[in-house]
Design a binder for this molecule. Structure first.
Ligand code: CUA
Length: 323
């Protein structure tokens, strides 16, 4: 009788911490709400007009101790909750090292997920238990939101920018995946499942090409290399010693500081690479002409993710000619 599914199960490390915070806030609200409610009822009864016995003439009008208590106590409680919540927020949204990274692309109306080794899935996401996961998400059209209630995590999935979040699934099982931003007619059908597996099981699944929905023998960076040399034709200019157009060498680029033509400096992260692929004129590297064509509308978000994975894989190589 009492088995009411009040909340979805908590299946991530961060989710357990968030649930604890949630219940603390809820019970505090119940506690202070009760004081006000039952205090009001008690006083209404005690000081009802027909109760002659109570003297009202010498009622105390102010009490410094009482005033200080009901000012300072809520202040301390509210600040403690703020600090606690800020820490949990940072656990999910601040960058952390050593995560297993999956790319998520939202489009009307499906979730497209990509693993580093090239395995792709639609409306399904397989993850290993006990490992920190980094989700990097972008939308190909309108604003979506990637939400896994059992993990207590949610992130807006926005066109034109990579949004990330971190969590650690703990319990193997099958969990709901939702789009929680109204995104058009079939928003309510933009749902899926997250499968959390034991690490060994997950490795097997991953090595076997996933659920064979779209198995691919190539890793993400190999796919990126193919885009680089194929549809993108990036290799006509980049890292081509015979190129007529001078283009920046991409070896050792990822994570480095880049000097721009306007004198400013940027770090070559995913967002910078994406912008420079789709809209190269936005940030021109110092010493180069803005000669590169824009790939906006030419490459899909999926291909951009692959290209970035390829450029990332060049991070440890030395550029030619000491550029
Ligand atoms: Cu996508 Cu709602």
């Amino acid at each position: 009788m009492w088995n009411i599914p009040f909340l979805p199960p908590t299946a991530s490390k961060e989710g357990e911490a968030i649930s604890a915070l949630y219940w603390t806030i809820s019970w505090l609200a119940v506690f202070f709400g009760s004081i006000v409610l039952f205090g009001a009822i008690y006083l209404a009864v005690k000081y009802r007009a027909s109760n002659e016995a109570v003297r009202r003439d010498d009622a105390v009008e102010t009490d410094m101790k009482l005033e200080l208590t009901w000012t300072l106590l809520p202040l301390v409680l509210a600040l403690a909750i703020f600090a606690w919540a800020a820490k949990l927020y940072a656990d999910i949204y601040a960058p952390r090292e050593g995560a297993y990274e999956v790319f998520v692309i939202g489009k009307q109306w499906m979730w497209h997920c990509q693993h580093p080794n090239g395995v792709r899935e639609n409306n399904e996401l397989h993850l290993p238990a006990g490992r920190l996961i980094k989700v990097t998400a972008i939308s190909q059209d309108v604003i979506h939101a990637f939400s896994i209630p059992a993990f207590r995590v949610k992130r807006d999935v926005v066109p034109g920018r990579y949004n990330t979040m971190f969590f650690t699934p703990t319990q193997p099982g099958k969990y709901h995946l939702f789009c929680t931003e109204y995104c058009g007619t079939k928003h309510s059908e933009m749902i899926g499942w997250v499968y959390v597996m034991q690490p060994e099981e997950f490795e097997k699944w991953l090595a076997g090409g996933g659920a064979a929905a779209a198995p691919t023998a190539m890793s993400l960076e190999e796919q990126g290399k193919q885009v680089f040399e194929g549809v993108g034709a990036c290799n006509t200019c980049h890292m081509n010693p015979n190129s007529a157009v001078k283009a920046p060498d991409l070896r050792g680029l990822f994570g480095s500081k880049v000097k721009l033509a306007d004198g400013s400096t940027v770090v070559a992260d995913e967002a910078y690479l994406r912008e420079s692929i789709l809209n190269p004129a936005a940030k021109v590297v110092a010493g180069y002409q803005a000669a590169m064509p824009a790939y906006q509308g030419v490459l899909s978000e999926e291909q951009v993710v692959q290209l970035i994975a390829y450029i990332k894989s060049l991070a440890n190589q030395k550029p030619a000619g000491g550029q």
